[in-house]
Ligand binder design. Sequence first.
Ligand code: SF4
Length: 197
Amino acid sequence: MMASSIGVAVQAAREGNWTPLVEAAADAPGKNWAEKAQCSGRMADTFFPTAEHPWSDPDQVRHAQGIALNAPLKLCATCPLAVAARCLVESLRSDDEYGIRAGLLASERSELRRSWKQRLDSTAISAALRGVTTLLSAHERQEVVARFAADPMIGADRVARGLGVPSKYLWQLAREHKQRYAPATSPAPTSPASKAA
Ligand code: SF4
């Protein structure tokens, strides 16, 4: 079910249900997702409160920073849901530790960052294997590559589309995966193109 606000999506993610956040983020697709961001080109410094760290106590930070947080939090609160969700997901995907994202302090994102790293959502993995471009954690991307490496008949073009990479690069990832994890005697997968060459 679509989240009604970024707060609802974040709360669901904290409870282990990433679907509302990831689905909301999918509504801000592509590389230009930040074009409609409220913070675009504005007050970048205020998004990095002084002496705030991923390990800070968020309550203490909010108390110490006081009204200095009003401006960035207000911008986040008025950011379109899809943009705020994508902003948060991208910060998690890139393990971006510092600064305010989607109305959350760095210290308020620490737990989410940890659980995103562990995320292994079978629905997201299946979607990527079917060629649906989706926002995956590093763990999930590895799983998609592992399944393709085990069964290239899944279809390189489809899986590459799901991962958002060129097919050639997917074959490279699959070969590297095989070399890393397969028994020494097992041959690495070979693309049709390299067979023909
Ligand atoms: S949620 Fe906040 S930090 Fe993220 S793009 Fe919007 S205004 Fe910028």
